[in-house]
Design a protein around this ligand. Sequence first.
Ligand SMILES: [Zn+2]
Ligand SMILES: [Zn+2]
Length: 91
Amino acid sequence: MVSQELLDILACPSCKGDLHYDAANDTLTCMNRHCPECGMPVDDAGVCQSPECGKKSENFVGLRYRVEDDIPIMLIYEAEKLPLGEQVIEK
Ligand SMILES: [Zn+2]
Ligand SMILES: [Zn+2]
């Protein structure tokens, strides 16, 4: 169980987005668009913002962070990648 105080200050380490806490499964999920290769954020054109990656994608992933002993593991490379499916890019 993660305290509300901690939840209030936590953000996705990749995109700094809001996290959804699933108390039943003890996971924190960011459903913003991330690069499926490296988990870093992508820009409006779908291009990864990591200079080492820079991959252009059409399908993106959300990131799910697990919680161990009440400590959220806020590491991008440890996060589970969740397919977000096709995204509608507003023109
Ligand atoms: Zn994120
Ligand atoms: Zn990438």
